[in-house]
Ligand binder design. Structure first.
Ligand SMILES: Nc1nc2c(c(=O)[nH]1)N(C=O)[C@@H](CNc1ccc(C(=O)N[C@@H](CCC(=O)O)C(=O)O)cc1)CN2
Ligand SMILES: Nc1nc2c(ncn2[C@@H]2O[C@H](COP(=O)(O)OP(=O)(O)OP(=O)(O)O)[C@@H](O)[C@H]2O)c(=O)[nH]1
Ligand SMILES: [Mg+2]
Length: 438
């Protein structure tokens, strides 16, 4: 494989003390020869004057690193320039690199090369993208686990077992042709069933890995004036939504980002549920209902000094957190919709800690780190579902040739997941998520 020599700013843009420009590709060493007066000892930082290759103008005094392939992040010859972080420095060095024939990298291109050079599989590359995007400690742990190969090892193990099953299935076909008795097919069925069950168990995780990666959707619903906006503000610690004594204040959805036990949660305040002739408010109520339906985490707010309203009661589902607000005005009822409510006063903060603890417990249950690594993307779910279905198909196949064909299809599905089957389209989807310089 022959590649261009690519470069990109790997640190954030804007003014900074130091900026990191990285280079990768067969011409990296020659670039250092031309702009840095030679290649430093491998993997050791060296202070060098950088000059434009044609004008010889001094551009910066920088730390330079040289990583001869294959011992580099990308697996090919690579280099790093740790520059002073100014804009003109970056522009001057960029012009020098272009003059040397290097070109700017596409988003994710360094990691794409690392993948193409066999240094990681696709799930590990995705883990690196997730690590860069991680905003909470739990997201970071999940991403590090995936970047470290937790999914890769598991899926490679499944692919290996499938390959063995396929080999046995093919041997069974040979034996049948030679008229020999064999027990291989029975073994393929038994092992196939065990493998399909393992994949099934991995899939039946309630989507927790995907939820931790993307964040949970939460919604606060309830009657007008129940105190939904007051509660949102209390949880967010700022006046995100307008609060007023007039029923029907909130119409648009107001969203805040919370972190609950390491899980990012987008919590939405919604319009109070009621029949109304006001068409703007009615649209707000429609949006509130839609948001409640889509929510992973629903908080139903009732005012302790009012009887529970039928509209909100109708939205209660298993897992809904029921809140009795305004307990400074009246005691919380023992039960609402068959559940003991969390009693609180959004006005004076009483009971808020208990609600937060309950929210954290729900978030951890639906999206917390599990003991075993979870799949984290719809792409994983689709490929694994397909692989399991093909294995089931193989087990049921009426002819040995059909069973072999189904096992081959299952292997292809796993191959797309880990990138062993190199489909360009899959690569574009995976690496399109990266930022430039990674
Ligand atoms: N300056 C700098 N910091 C960085 C990176 C980088 O590329 N440059 N990284 C980039 O993402 C991360 C670290 N990851 C890296 C992974 C592998 C190699 C590497 O050169 N691997 C070689 C040699 C390993 C050794 O023996 O030291 C190899 O695996 O063969 C470098 C960085 C985070 N910090
Ligand atoms: N006494 C008391 N008043 C509260 C409490 N929480 C909210 N309120 C008051 O109840 C009124 C309505 O509060 P909001 O938070 O705007 O209620 P809402 O549910 O968002 O109302 P809509 O947006 O109209 O659906 C305001 O006057 C609040 O100050 C509470 O815990 N105790
Ligand atoms: Mg409101």
């Amino acid at each position: 494989m022959s590649f261009d020599t690519i470069f990109a700013l790997a640190s954030g843009g804007g003014r900074a003390a130091v900026s990191l420009l990285r280079l990768s590709g067969p011409g990296s060493g020659a670039v250092l020869d031309r702009i840095a007066g030679g290649r430093p000892a491998p993997r050791l930082a060296s202070l060098r004057r950088l000059r434009h290759p044609e004008s010889a103008e001094l551009l910066d005094e920088a730390l330079v690193l040289w990583f001869p392939g294959p011992r580099s992040y990308t697996g090919e010859d690579a280099a790093e320039l740790h520059l002073h972080g100014g804009r003109a420095v970056l522009e001057g060095v960029t012009a020098a690199l272009l003059a040397c024939g290097a070109r700017p990298a596409e988003p994710g291109e360094f990691t794409r090369r690392a993948f193409l050079n066999g240094r990681m599989d696709l799930t590990e590359a995705e883990g690196i993208a997730d690590l860069i995007a991680a905003e909470t400690a739990a997201q970071r742990r999940q991403a590090l686990r995936q970047a470290g190969g937790a999914l890769a090892v598991r899926y490679a193990g499944w692919a290996e077992r499938l390959t063995r099953l396929l080999a046995h299935q093919e041997a069974a076909i040979e034996f049948a042709e030679d008229g020999l008795p064999n027990t291989l097919e029975a073994e393929v069925r038994r092992e196939g069933a065990a493998l399909a069950a393992e994949i099934g168990a991995h899939l039946a995780d309630g989507g927790r890995g995907e939820r931790l990666r993307e964040g949970l959707w939460g919604a606060i619903v309830g009657a007008p004036n129940a105190g939904k906006s007051s509660l949102l503000n209390a949880l967010a610690g700022r006046e995100a939504a307008i609060v007023s004594a007039r029923a029907g204040t909130t119409r648009d959805i107001v969203e805040v980002r919370l972190e609950l036990g390491g899980v990012p949660v987008w919590l939405a305040d919604t319009a109070g549920l009621r029949e109304t002739p006001d068409e703007i408010e009615a649209e707000g109520v429609r949006r509130a209902r839609r948001r409640a339906e889509e929510a992973d985490l629903l908080i139903a707010v009732f005012a302790a000094d009012q009887p529970p309203d039928a509209e909100t009661l109708a939205l209660l589902a298993p897992g809904t957190l029921v809140v009795a607000n305004k307990t400074d005005l009246a005691p919380a009822p023992a039960a609402i919709g068959g559940q003991a409510p969390i009693a609180l006063s959004a006005r004076d903060g009483e009971g808020l800690a208990a609600l937060r603890a309950a929210l954290e417990a729900v978030a951890a249950e639906r999206a917390g780190l599990s003991e075993e690594a979870s799949l984290t993307r719809p792409r994983h779910r689709a490929a694994l579902g397909e692989a399991a279905a093909w294995i089931e198909e193989a087990i049921r196949a009426p002819l040995p040739e059909l069973a072999a064909e189904a096992l081959r299809a299952a292997l292809r599905a796993l191959g797309r997941l880990t990138g062993r089957v190199g489909v360009e389209a899959v690569l574009d989807v995976v690496f399109g998520d990266f930022c430039i310089g990674k």
